[in-house]
Design a protein around this ligand. Structure first.
Ligand SMILES: *Cc1c(COP(=O)(O)O)cnc(C)c1O
Length: 383
């Protein structure tokens, strides 16, 4: 018997497919609507807009494409500044670079792990005094949790700077009664393979502003003018979502509530089993918010626990379990180290001590028990 069959790998956040999406995909295939036009794209956009209570949605090839288009729609240009969460996946910052703008990274606060509203306000005040306000602020909803929009939205409004919500990790979360994806002038979702629902690859741009979403769809189809021949007055992109993938997305969406509940239950199980260990602290949930717990994240103080997050990660690996460090902050990335940074100590702390545990909605009770056992059996040195 091989190692793999005895001890199958537990992944961080694998796709979770069901019969609904299989049936819808096969029906889409049989209908011959194979490409980026078709009834499933329209229906997926409508269903997603309804779920999030926004008026309009554009299905796109990726969350990164949605971020890129959102900046183009706001007219962000070469040399402009865009404020951006420091603790995020590189896609958020990369989109700013695509339009030639300069990201300015804003640190997290310890109570949400998301953008610190105090630092944002300070940075905007400073920019206003220098007469160089950013063209946009991109706020990330980290690991399934909405940022502190009760404070962030009025701060952005006060300075007249549009807010883009990067909700790629947070579909299904709520904050003070509103869904993730509703807090920006535009919001971005991702259906990448590791996200809470997946289309294999895909994304969406959400907005209550019809003009933004109409223009996003046009830019995403090579900016074709609505005439019989091929006519172009702008540079466009090939960014539309395939009808086949939209069919998968519709099937996934039907089960979103179950997926969220499964991930939240996993978080609670881990917290119950590991939360009383010395030096272990779980990612807090924002007051008034309901996180999806896309990934269960925690920090480990090595002098209290007796092992570092990296030692735990490597020990889990010996049991064929995939765990990951929390995102490495953008200001520490070689490609972005020249960029302006506001704060930085919180995101550095979260990267140094933070660990993400396997959190897929298809984890079995045995899988979770294995993760907990492996975590607790990490060799520790006690002082
Ligand atoms: C996954 C992710 C993206 C990018 O989405 P893709 O669909 O993979 O392009 C953007 N921002 C954040 C915060 C993400 O986690």
């Amino acid at each position: 018997m091989t190692f793999a069959t005895q001890n199958p790998r537990i992944y961080l956040s694998p796709p979770h497919m069901g019969d609904d999406e299989r049936q819808l995909l096969l029906a889409a295939f049989d209908s011959n609507w194979i490409s980026t036009v078709g009834p499933h794209v329209d229906a997926f956009e409508r269903e997603m807009a309804d779920l999030c209570s926004v008026n309009y949605a554009a299905g796109l090839a990726s969350g990164t494409a949605a971020l890129h288009l959102s900046l183009l729609l706001l007219g962000v240009q070469s040399g402009d500044e865009v404020f951006c969460s420091d603790l995020t996946f590189a896609a958020t910052a990369n989109a700013i670079t695509y339009v030639g703008a300069h990201p300015v990274f804003i640190d997290s606060n310890a109570s949400t792990w998301n953008m610190d509203p105090d630092l944002l306000e300070e940075a905007l005040k400073d920019s206003a005094a220098r007469n160089k306000l950013p063209k946009a602020v991109i706020v990330v909803d980290l690991y399934g949790q909405c940022a502190d929009y009760q404070r962030i939205v009025p701060i952005c409004e006060k300075y007249g700077v549009p807010l883009i919500e990067d909700a790629a990790e947070a579909l299904g979360a709520t904050y003070r009664g509103n869904a993730a994806g509703t807090f920006g002038v535009m919001s971005v979702l991702s259906f990448n393979g590791n996200k809470i629902i997946t289309t294999s690859g895909g994304g969406m741009l959400l907005s209550n502003n019809k003009a933004y979403v109409d223009l996003a769809k046009k830019l995403a189809t090579q900016a074709r003018e609505p005439v019989a021949h091929y006519e172009h007055t702008m540079v466009g992109y090939n960014y539309r979502l395939s009808n086949l993938l939209a069919a998968v997305g519709r099937g996934q969406l039907r089960n979103l509530a179950d997926r969220v509940n499964a991930r939240r239950a996993t978080f609670e199980e881990y917290q119950k089993a590991l939360g009383n260990e010395p030096g272990v602290a779980f990612m807090p949930e924002i007051e008034g918010g309901r996180s999806t717990r896309w990934l269960t994240c925690l920090t480990v103080n090595p002098s209290l626990f007796g092992a570092s997050r990296e030692q735990i990660r490597l020990h889990l690996e010996t049991s064929n379990i995939e765990a990951r460090a929390v995102w490495k902050p953008m200001h520490l990335q070689p490609v972005y180290k020249h960029c302006r940074m506001v704060g930085g100590s919180v995101s550095e702390y979260l990267f140094e001590f933070g660990l993400c545990l396997p959190s897929g909605s298809n984890l079995t009770p045995d899988d979770k028990a294995r993760v907990i056992r492996a975590f607790l059996s990490t060799p520790r040195s006690r002082s």
